[in-house]
Write a protein that binds this ligand. Structure first.
Ligand code: G6P
Length: 602
């Protein structure tokens, strides 16, 4: 939610900031702006996509060796030029970019207004710039330390002062921020891909840490101005993984990468990888209950995993939306293992859920994609998905990687509980290891899926149905479709249709029926018959195509697999279907309206 970048060094800061913002645009795209030092602070900011800012800068080029930039996802104040970042104090001395929310901004604003300070925007963020100028007495670091002591809420900040042409300051509390170091200069960014072109060497800032950046050095301090020794880390993500590589959208590229991502992720957890060592260190018999909590697609991965865990481990598993879990006074204790699922490791509700679980004494195990993220750092155990950077807002490869980690966990825990013999355990692990090849087989059907999807752009509603674990993956199919195609969609358990949703089925409604659970196939086919007799068209996604009812003429055939791991195959077909429906509508697939990839506000 909002992306920030900053650079000081020998190279063209304007070009570096614009390039970095391009990589961060997935975090928000209501407006973009930058502030650079060139005979004082120059600010250019613009409502709309980054291209609009780029066009303004192309029309009146700027040069500088230091600056900060921002791409916005609006929270306080509508998307507009004036509400865009950077914000400056009224004396044009201090400029800031901010990711997060200042909860006490109204009180601070009133306080400053009483002193005669006039605000230009409706944002919470402007208060930071105004307050910094108010406290500034010639030392920007002192002013920043004074300001952060008064802020309540979350903030990752880049701060420049007109009196300091060769340095800027970064601060982190509850929102992600990294510092990148290279031989030509130093960076800050909300996320690693923004600096990968220049460096793989990064420091992950912790909460309540400050970085002071100059062209050839970075100093770290805490909020008491005491120096901190931090260790530089080397990022393994490649630059290619953050580029489109010839695909029209990141989403399609990321869908197509899945066989490799699954293989890499499985390698970390089955054949003696880092993840395997972590699982070996968990004594599952200490836990009599498992709770999973997450948001969005990661929550859907938890819903799928619940079926697998309960089937194999025979222990009760609850899955909660993190935004609900954090306020529900969950019944958990030290005998509960709470599994936190998050691609970014920075989703505010998921972080709060994790902290709530820890406060109640539960042990937390995170499944995360981003190394150095808050959840990765704070969870008791952390397993990393090897998905690489995921840029498209709608997740695909990270979701698939989460699923395989959760499958392996379920199998290993089931063995730990004594519910699987070594032979059964090996059998399940070998089934999981075959998934990447089966995913490739589905990707080979891309042309057929594309053709079918091109006939679906006119639907106003598309329903997804399934039973048991097929219902769980229907949730993800439906979410994927609605988030990128803007077609209304709901997922329903087949047996539940008759209790409400069937009243919405009329002539030419499309129902996507997912049917892999062998023992429930005929039950789901009865639901299919029910919707067909009310005029629906049906697309079947199934590994049982031979048993199709005559009226169903559209089918995506999946490779055979056991029920439990079939969601990893269904989801590939559902991702391609959604992608091509949206592509045929000509939509901005990688950046759907109103969404952001990393939701770091509540
Ligand atoms: C946003 C994204 C979703 C993602 C969810 C949770 O809503 O658009 O794709 O599933 O956040 O994100 P996380 O990083 O915690 O997995």
């Amino acid at each position: 939610m909002c992306g920030i970048i900053g650079y000081v060094g020998k190279m063209d800061a304007v070009a570096i900031i614009l390039e970095g913002l391009k990589k961060l645009e997935y975090r928000g795209y209501d407006s973009a702006g930058l502030a650079v030092y060139n005979n004082g602070i120059q600010v250019v900011k613009q409502e709309g996509r980054l291209d609009a800012l780029q066009a303004r800068i192309d029309a009146s080029p700027l040069t500088a060796n230091m600056g900060i930039g921002h791409t916005r996802w609006a929270t306080h104040g509508e998307p507009s030029d004036v509400n865009s970042h950077p914000h400056m104090g009224s004396q044009n001395k201090i400029a800031i970019v901010h990711n997060g929310i200042i909860e006490n901004y109204k009180q601070l604003k009133e306080y400053l207004e009483q002193k005669g300070i006039v605000f230009a925007s409706q944002t919470d963020s402007e208060v930071i710039a105004q307050l910094a100028e108010y406290y500034y007495e010639g030392d920007i670091l002192d002013a920043v330390i004074h300001v952060v002591g008064r802020l309540e809420g979350s903030f990752a900040l880049g701060i420049m002062c007109a009196d300091n042409p060769d340095m800027f300051i970064a601060v982190k509390k509850d929102n992600p921020l990294i510092v990148g170091v290279s031989d030509h200069g130093q960076f800050i960014a909300s996320d690693v891909p923004a600096v990968l072109k220049h460096t793989s060497n990064v420091y992950y800032l912790n909460d309540r840490e400050i970085a002071v950046l100059r062209a050839d050095e970075v100093e770290f301090l805490n909020f008491d101005k005491e120096p901190l020794a931090k260790t530089v880390e080397t990022v393994t993500w490649s630059l290619d993984s953050a580029e489109k590589g010839g695909y029209p959208h990141f989403m399609l590229k990321e869908i197509m990468e899945q066989p490799k991502i699954l293989k890499d992720t499985i390698n970390t957890i089955i054949s003696s990888g880092d993840n395997q060592e972590i699982i070996d260190g968990i004594d599952i018999n200490k836990y009599n209950k498992i709770v999973m909590t997450a948001c969005g697609s990661a929550y859907n991965a938890g819903v799928v995993a619940k079926y697998v865990f309960e089937q194999l481990c025979r222990v009760p598993v609850e899955v909660d939306l993190a935004s609900e879990f954090r306020y529900k006074d969950a019944i958990i204790d030290e005998k509960t293992l709470v599994i936190i699922i998050s691609q970014s490791g920075e989703t505010a509700d998921t972080i709060a859920a994790m902290r709530e679980a820890k406060a109640k004494g539960a042990v937390t195990l995170a499944v995360v994609n981003v190394v150095g993220s808050t959840i990765a750092k704070e969870a008791d155990y952390c397993l990393f998905t090897a998905a690489g950077p995921e840029i498209a807002v709608a997740t695909t490869k990270a979701f698939s990687a989460q699923l395989v980690i959760l499958y392996v966990l379920a199998v290993r825990f089931a063995a730990g509980y004594g519910k699987l013999s070594p032979t059964q355990e090996a059998g399940f692990l070998s089934e999981i290891a075959q998934l990447p090849e089966k995913v490739t087989e589905i990707l080979e059907q891309l042309d057929g899926i594309q053709k079918y999807a091109s006939t679906c752009v006119g639907y106003k509603s598309i329903f997804f149905i399934g039973r048991n674990i097929d219902y769980a993956i229907a949730l993800e199919g439906s979410l994927k479709l609605k988030e990128i195609s803007y077609i209304h969609s709901e997922a329903y358990a087949g047996g539940e249709l008759k209790h409400g949703t069937i009243s919405l089925i009329e002539d030419n409604t499309l129902v996507v029926a997912i049917a892999n659970c062998e023992r429930l196939f005929s039950k789901l086919m009865s639901n299919v018959e029910q919707v067909i007799s009310r005029g629906a068209k049906v697309l079947l996604v199934s590994n049982h195509p031979d048993a199709l009812p005559d009226e169903v003429t559209s089918c995506i055939t999946l490779p055979l697999s056991g029920d439990l791991f079939s969601p990893s195959l269904s989801v590939i077909a559902l991702q391609l279907f959604s992608y091509y429906v949206a592509a045929n509508k000509g939509l901005d697939i990688d950046k759907p309206r109103n969404l952001a990839k990393s939701v770091t506000v509540e």
